[in-house]
Design a protein around this ligand. Structure first.
Ligand SMILES: [Ca+2]
Length: 231
């Protein structure tokens, strides 16, 4: 028997006390294979009903629902379980599973032409059931191709991308997958050999000194040690 509820500023679980059913499955929940379900009235922790589960094989199986959450926010999950004595290794339990692409770092940030670069993706997965982490990249608006990591360590995945010609536009995104979910990163992009320039402008107000042809101070905008624009 199981009774599930989230408590937060609002209830996030859909019909956590299994009151409504349709076609043998509680509303708001999805049924895994390998389990028989029935709506029960005793024991009941909340509302008037509970769910009875009986696995048909040796694998754990039950019902589930996905809940949208926000990183950094705390949630409270409550579940009441009631195990019925039976033969063999029978039991009841619950699992909270999630996966998150925690950080993505490119090195170097702006590769030179034909210079390979690395992307390190770090995945957060407290229940430790990561299935895959892949990088997809595209050149010059072409189709995305998938590559696997060269290596991984402590949930960080290291991808090597070949160097590209000057001017090529590279886009890429990451995929991370556990046994229940697949998550995608934003798509990042840059142009090879194009560096983000930030000119430091120096404003100098100066007098023409002894020449009398200028009667007001002049201003130079100096954009580097070699370039300047006179105004
Ligand atoms: Ca997980």
């Amino acid at each position: 028997m199981a009774f599930a509820t989230y408590s937060h500023s609002q209830e996030l679980i859909t019909i956590g006390s299994f009151e409504d059913w349709s076609n043998g499955v509680p509303t708001g929940w999805l049924k895994e294979s390998g389990v028989n379900l029935s709506q029960a009235t005793n024991p009941v922790y909340h509302g008037n009903h509970s769910i009875a589960l009986q696995a048909t094989g040796t694998a754990n199986a039950g019902v589930y629902q996905d809940v949208s959450v926000t990183p950094g926010v705390s949630y409270t999950f409550k579940v009441a379980l009631f195990a019925v004595n039976d033969t063999g290794n029978k039991g009841v339990g619950f699992l909270i599973s999630w996966i998150r692409l925690y950080s993505i770092v490119r090195n170097p940030e702006y590769p030179e032409p034909n210079q390979p670069f690395n992307v390190v993706a770090t995945v957060s997965d407290p229940d430790d059931d990561i299935v895959a982490c892949s990088l997809y990249y595209s050149l010059n608006s072409g189709s995305f191709q998938a590559i696997g990591p060269d290596s991984s360590r402590n949930n960080s995945y290291y991808f090597g991308i070949p160097g590209q010609n000057s001017g090529f536009f590279v886009r890429y995104y990451l995929l991370a997958k556990d046994q229940y979910h697949t998550v995608f990163s934003d798509t990042f992009g840059f142009q090879v050999g194009v560096f983000p320039f930030l000119y430091t402008l120096r404003m100098i107000i100066w007098s023409k000194g002894s020449e009398n042809s200028y009667t007001v101070p002049h201003i130079h905008w100096i954009a580097s040690t070699t370039k300047f624009i006179r105004v």
